[in-house]
Design a protein around this ligand. Structure first.
Ligand code: EPU
Length: 337
């Protein structure tokens, strides 16, 4: 077991923030993971997956455990479906490409989402009209108290918009070690009517798209709007789109008739936080080496060498300004540490 001390977490978080972990270990097997969890010399432990959904504002005094469990396999196949198990440390996008390579459909709209398989259920990742929960069968998770593996079926996870049991009752109590998916082998259910997918496919001159074509279209759209974390530090959407009572939205419409919204239920609508932030004048604003992305206002960026605490202060300024102008509070989507 190789524990390192005072090491930089820069390459382990997509915001590219240079904070230190007091202690650090990367675990490759379940046995290694359970042995590390039993170490009494390190009472404080922090689990780290792909580091794509966190803002590190200070040095981490705990033992950081990097979950590096690899492996993907087909566990069963029936006429129309394949059942796949992917271990937690697999990179999400590489896993999507692996599925596409085998012509397994269902994940193509979630191409290029940063992060790992093991953290995908925590916030029920989603993009372009598809969410993880649509193909998620179950996951295995290590109970941190008993050190036993427990299985969470889809219905156990209480999936919601960027939400699950792992952000609520089960928060901090489990480590997801693998995820099982049910994907299509034929009769793929293409979802191409969200946003710019249809027009992107037209640009690509594709009239009868395959799942790989849809993935390529999504990749093109994402690359045109979202900064590549390998080039500019970021954590994807920093905020969630707020869900507000229709009455609040009607009031907002009086001052901002052009305000966009999506219905959520009979009396609630989702308002794009990107629109609120852009309308408040923050889109493309830079503050030295950090700021708000110029093509997608939901994304805060580190242009190099920024401090997590500065980005946190910017996020708070945005929240307060939005509240003052629109009377709507937007919540951070990323975890702040
Ligand atoms: N908009 C603006 N200005 C902006 C950005 C957006 O006015 O700078 C408005 C536009 O009206 C646009 C609407 O917001 O029509 C929606 O924008 P978009 O389709 O880009 O989606 P989003 O709501 O901003 C969500 C997810 C993204 C996901 C996209 C596509 C959340 C918090 N974010 O963004 O997820 O890729 O939809 O499905 O739900 C992520 O979670 O890291 C992420 C990037």
């Amino acid at each position: 077991m190789h524990i390192q001390h005072n090491i930089s977490l820069k390459k382990y978080n997509t915001f590219d923030l240079d904070v230190n972990a007091k202690h650090f270990i990367s675990v490759n097997t379940l046995t290694e993971l359970t042995s590390v969890l039993k170490l009494e010399d390190y009472p404080n432990k922090l689990m780290l997956g792909g580091g794509s959904n966190m803002l590190l504002t200070k040095n981490v005094e705990a033992l950081v455990i990097h979950i590096n469990l690899k492996g993907t396999s087909v566990i069963n196949e029936v006429a129309d479906h394949a059942f796949i198990k992917a271990n937690a440390g697999e990179n999400w996008h590489e896993f999507v490409l692996w599925c596409l390579d085998k012509n397994f459909g269902g994940l193509e709209n979630m191409s290029l989402i940063p992060g790992n398989v093991g953290t995908s259920p925590i916030q029920n990742i989603g993009a372009y009209g598809v969410e993880l929960k649509d193909s998620f069968v179950s996951c295995e998770a290590l109970n941190l108290n008993t050190l036993e593996i427990e299985v969470f079926k889809n219905e156990d996870c209480n999936f919601g918009y960027r939400n699950s049991i792992f952000k609520n009752e089960a928060k901090g109590k489990y480590i997801i070690t693998s995820v099982d998916f049910k994907l299509t082998k034929k009769k793929h259910q293409l979802q191409t009517n969200y946003g710019a997918i249809t027009s992107q496919l037209e640009v690509m001159q594709i009239s009868n798209p395959t799942i790989k074509d849809v993935s390529n279209a999504i990749i093109a759209i994402r690359q045109s709007k979202l900064p590549d974390p390998k080039k500019i530090g970021n954590s994807g959407s920093f905020f969630k789109n707020p869900v507000v009572p229709s009455k609040v939205f009607e009031a907002l419409k009086l001052s901002f008739p052009e305000a966009p919204s999506y219905p959520v239920s009979d009396n609630k609508v989702k308002v794009p936080a990107g629109w609120l932030i852009e309308t408040a004048g923050f889109k493309g604003k830079t503050f030295g080496n950090y700021g708000v992305h110029k093509k997608q206002a939901l994304v805060l960026v580190n242009y190099g060498g920024a401090k997590g605490e500065d980005i946190l202060a910017l996020s708070k300024l945005i929240q307060k300004t939005i509240y003052r102008i629109f009377n709507i509070w937007i919540e951070a989507e990323v975890n702040i540490l």
